[in-house]
Design a protein around this ligand. Structure first.
Ligand SMILES: Cc1cc2nc3c(=O)[nH]c(=O)nc-3n(C[C@H](O)[C@H](O)[C@H](O)COP(=O)(O)OP(=O)(O)OC[C@H]3O[C@@H](n4cnc5c(N)ncnc54)[C@H](O)[C@@H]3O)c2cc1C
Length: 299
């Protein structure tokens, strides 16, 4: 039986067959996901996970696709996109947010209530689930700095609260969150001494991002992880690679750490450019740039 036919049994979960990943990722390019599921609540996610488990169907989970490059040859199985899993609550200094909320909206809400601890992460364009999974970071702060627990579902549909003490956050990854679906996260924030200073800090971070990053083009942020004692963008710039192109993909002139979809780039254009940058930087500096972005499917 074809995958699409099998999924007819899962009527309650919104599904799109052959969904173009160009519409679900910030690179705005990519092949089709065989099935894209857009669950709206935890029960629907549970149904989907149990169904995929019983039918032995491969599946992946995503948020806003702001760190994913989807191959032009498509993605087999199910992609479960949590962008419709909404809900946020702020009580005293405790912030609880569902995975599908925009991380930046959550940060804005906290800042407007005078709660500090997340403001340096302003402007990261992912979902809460994506930020937690990646331990997204910027300007000296990381998503996990003030997290107290994460609510997650395992591959059998069991839901558990994972206390921070059982999770090990590292640079752009968290040990203990592999193979699970993050449903929501809790942060313990602090009352700022001066709310106007806090709001100004957020605006300053947003201003710096607009000034330094090529936000006018589709991208998925920094392509590479920060090498030890160095910066990927500085190395790429030093090697004279700003403006380097492969098809419609280009190393940004504004920020060498970004590859932009300059002119209808195919996923292969972007992947080829990533590999060319890695090769040239290694030849000239001896540094192996490690990919931060996540490649999915066939290229
Ligand atoms: C312009 C721009 C600027 C950026 N700046 C920064 C920055 O300053 N710092 C930074 O760290 N990143 C930055 N990024 C990258 C990206 O925004 C972050 O990594 C973000 O946290 C990804 O969130 P997402 O929802 O888009 O995740 P996706 O791209 O959808 O997914 C990323 C990974 O997280 C997993 N995932 C997503 N949701 C869940 C979930 N609910 N449960 C389990 N796993 C999940 C996916 O399987 C995938 O492995 C930037 C990107 C862009 C486009």
């Amino acid at each position: 039986m074809k995958l699409k036919e099998k999924f007819k049994n899962l009527r309650a979960v919104p599904l799109i067959c052959d969904a173009s990943m160009a519409e679900y990722t910030t690179y705005k390019t990519g092949g089709a996901a065989q099935v894209l599921a857009l669950p709206q609540n935890i029960n629907q996610i549970k149904d989907l996970v149990n169904f995929a488990d019983a039918e032995k169907i491969n599946w992946r989970v995503m948020g806003f696709g702001s760190n994913i490059l989807a191959g032009g040859g498509g993605i087999e199985g199910v992609v479960c996109c949590l962008k419709n899993l909404k809900g946020m609550e702020i009580r005293n200094n405790l912030l609880i947010s569902a995975s599908g909320e925009a991380f930046d909206n959550v940060i804005a809400s906290a800042v407007n209530l005078g709660l500090e601890g997340l403001e340096n992460l302003s402007g990261i364009p992912g979902s809460v689930g994506g930020a937690v999974f990646m331990n997204a970071g910027a300007y000296g702060s990381e998503t996990f700095d003030n997290i107290i627990s994460v609510l997650a579902m395992d591959l059998r549909g069991n839901i558990k609260t994972l206390d921070k003490t059982f999770l090990k956050p590292y640079y752009r990854r968290v040990e203990g969150l592999e193979n699970c679906i993050i449903l929501s996260a809790r942060w313990q924030l602090r009352q700022a001494k001066n709310i106007e200073t806090l709001k100004a800090r957020r605006l300053e971070i947003l201003r710096r991002r607009t000034q330094k990053q090529p936000l006018e083009y589709p991208s998925a942020g920094s392509v590479f992880k920060r090498p030890k004692d160095n910066f990927a963008s500085a190395l790429i710039d030093k090697c004279g690679l700003k403006g380097l192109r492969s098809g419609g993909a280009m190393v940004s002139e504004k920020h060498a750490g970004f590859i932009i979809n300059y002119d209808n780039a195919s996923p292969a254009d972007i992947k080829n450019l990533i590999e060319e940058v890695q090769k040239k930087v290694f030849e000239k500096t001896g540094v192996k740039l490690e990919l931060e972005q996540i490649l999915w499917g066939k290229f």
